[in-house]
Design a protein around this ligand. Sequence first.
Ligand code: E4P
Length: 218
Amino acid sequence: MKFFIDTANLAEIKEAQSLGVLDGVTTNPSLMAKEGITGKDNIFGHYKAICEIVDGDVSAEVISTDFDGIIREGEELVEIDDKIVVKVPMIKDGVKALKYFSNKGIRTNCTLIFSAGQALLAAKAGATYVSPFIGRLDDISTDGVALIEQIVLIYRNYGFDTQVLAASIRHPMHILQCAEIGADVMTGPLSAMLALLKHPLTDSGLEKFLADYQKGNQ
Ligand code: E4P
């Protein structure tokens, strides 16, 4: 399972990269705005800075909603760095753009996926990744993890190459549930990744080992 971090915060990306388990980064316009990154030049510069930190794919989202605009933006984004994957929204012109990019060998991440039908369409159009938002589904009392399960089954049935990127991860249990199902990738906050390493028996066990060492080596 690949681990992507879902942020535009360079310090968090550096920390996740230093753990040695990071496979990529996803961003979106809201995450860029949260870091105060505005204006095309600054946004493109920030993508470059992210690419220089991380070994792996970096999703950069288009803001156009028409076919020509999505294509123009996507072609500019991939010029920033080889690591850039063009993030395209699940709308009609987005599906057309996925096919266009796929024919040109440009990698894509189809975002804002909330149903298996949308995921099927994106795979047929040649998306590299699909991003079903499980946390946002849970937020409206719908089982987000069940959607991941449905998409994984459909992709396996037909041997689609599109990777299932479980997005909108809120906590470590989401990561584990997606891992059990066989999601190819998860993208979430640093806090959810770090929560995976915590166990009270690890902490108390280590405390005792260190105390016993001290006793025997005074
Ligand atoms: C996916 O790539 C999105 O950036 C993301 O995971 C959205 O998550 P949120 O629901 O926490 O905003």
